[in-house]
Design a protein around this ligand. Structure first.
Ligand code: FE2
Length: 300
C-alpha cells in the first residue's frame, strides 16, 4: 500500500512588501485584489495546522499542485522554498507550478531554479517539453509513476489561464506510455483542471489535447488545484474512466464542505488491471472542533 498526500494553492503569506517599482501592470491589479479580497481567504495559521495534521498522519509521498506565491515577487520564491523544505525533502515531495508561480514575465521561470529539487526528473531527459525546464518530469516512487506538468505561463491582467504547449503534450504522452509499459500506477500532477466547465479567463487553453492524450494512453489518477474547490471529474481512457480530482486551497481558513481548507490522502494498492485507490479528505470541522476526515471515496 502506497500513501500519497496532495495539497494545493497555499498562496503563501505574509506577502513580502513589494517595492514601488515592482507594482507595475498585472502586479498592481493583483496587489490591490490581494489587499482588498484574496488575502482574507488565505491564512498562514490554518495552513500550518493543516500541514502539521497531514505530517502527523504520515505519507510516502506528497504532491503539491502549484500557486505557492501570489504576485511573482522575487522574495516570494524564497518564502515558498522554505515552505517546501518544511514539507519534506525533494525526493519525497513533487510539485508543479500554477499560474501565480509564473505571474509576470520577469520572474516567470524563477521557480524552475529556486524549487529545482521538487521538480527534478529521476533521469534528466534531453528532450524537454518546455525549453530549458524540467517539464514534463517522470518520477518513480514504489509502484507509482508521478508525471508532473507545467501549465504556468505569464498572462495579461485579469487572466489566469494555463497552457501546456505542443512539445510538452508530446513528451507527456510518451511518458504515459513508458509508465504504462512498466505497469505502474500513473499519477499526473497539473495545476489547471483539464476537465469541467470553467470561466474563459481561467481555463487550460489546450485541455482538449490533454484529454485526448489520456484517452489514448490512459492514466490512473490526475490531481489538480487552481479552483480552490473539491472536484471530481472523469476522463474516459482506453481501460476505463480516469479520476480527475481537485483539492481546495490548503490555506483557506473556512470549513465549507467544498471550499474549506483541506488536503487529500490516497491509499493505492494492487497491480496493473487490479489497482485499488481510496481517497480520504481532511479539513476543518464546521463546529470548530479541529481537523477531521470530511470525505472518503473509493475511486478504484
Ligand atoms: Fe491557479
Amino acid at each position: 500500500m502506497f500513501t500519497l498526500a496532495h495539497l494545493s494553492d497555499p498562496h503563501l503569506s505574509p506577502m513580502p512588501r513589494p517595492r514601488l517599482r515592482e507594482l507595475m501592470g498585472k502586479r498592481a491589479v493583483g496587489y490591490f485584489n490581494w489587499r482588498t479580497n484574496r488575502g482574507a481567504h488565505h491564512s498562514v495559521d490554518s495552513l500550518s495546522a493543516l500541514v502539521a495534521n497531514m505530517k502527523s498522519r504520515g505519507f510516502d509521498h506528497l504532491a503539491v499542485t502549484g500557486d505557492l506565491v501570489n504576485l511573482g515577487l522575487p522574495d516570494e520564491y524564497g518564502l515558498a522554498h522554505r515552505f517546501l523544505e518544511s514539507l519534506g525533502p525533494g525526493d519525497r515531495v513533487s510539485m508543479v507550478p500554477g499560474n501565480h508561480d509564473a505571474y509576470v514575465r520577469g520572474t516567470a521561470l524563477l521557480h524552475i531554479d529556486m524549487w529545482k529539487d521538487y521538480i527534478a526528473a529521476d533521469e534528466p531527459s534531453e528532450k524537454s517539453g518546455i525549453a530549458g525546464t524540467a517539464f514534463p518530469y517522470l518520477r518513480r516512487r514504489g509502484d507509482l509513476a508521478i508525471i508532473g506538468l507545467s501549465t504556468a505561463i505569464p498572462t495579461a491582467p485579469f487572466l489566469a489561464t494555463g497552457k501546456l504547449g505542443k512539445a510538452q503534450l508530446l513528451e507527456f504522452e510518451r511518458l504515459l506510455k513508458i509508465a504504462k509499459d512498466e505497469h505502474r500506477f500513473r499519477v499526473v500532477l497539473i495545476h489547471h483542471p483539464p476537465v469541467g466547465r470553467h470561466s474563459p479567463h481561467e481555463v487550460l487553453t489546450d485541455a482538449k489535447a490533454f484529454c485526448a492524450a489520456v484517452a489514448r494512453e490512459g492514466a490512473e489518477l490526475v490531481l489538480h488545484g487552481h479552483k480552490h474547490k473539491a472536484l471530481l471529474h472523469k476522463i474516459i481512457g482506453p481501460d476505463g474512466s480516469v479520476n480527475v480530482v481537485g483539492v481546495p486551497s490548503a490555506s483557506n481558513p473556512g470549513s465549507h464542505p467544498e471550499r474549506g481548507g483541506a488536503y487529500n490522502v490516497y491509499r493505492i494498492g494492487g497491480r496493473t488491471g487490479a489497482w485499488s485507490c481510496e481517497m480520504e479528505s481532511y479539513g476543518f470541522a464546521p463546529d470548530g472542533g479541529g481537523i477531521r476526515k470530511i470525505r472518503n471515496v473509493k475511486l478504484i
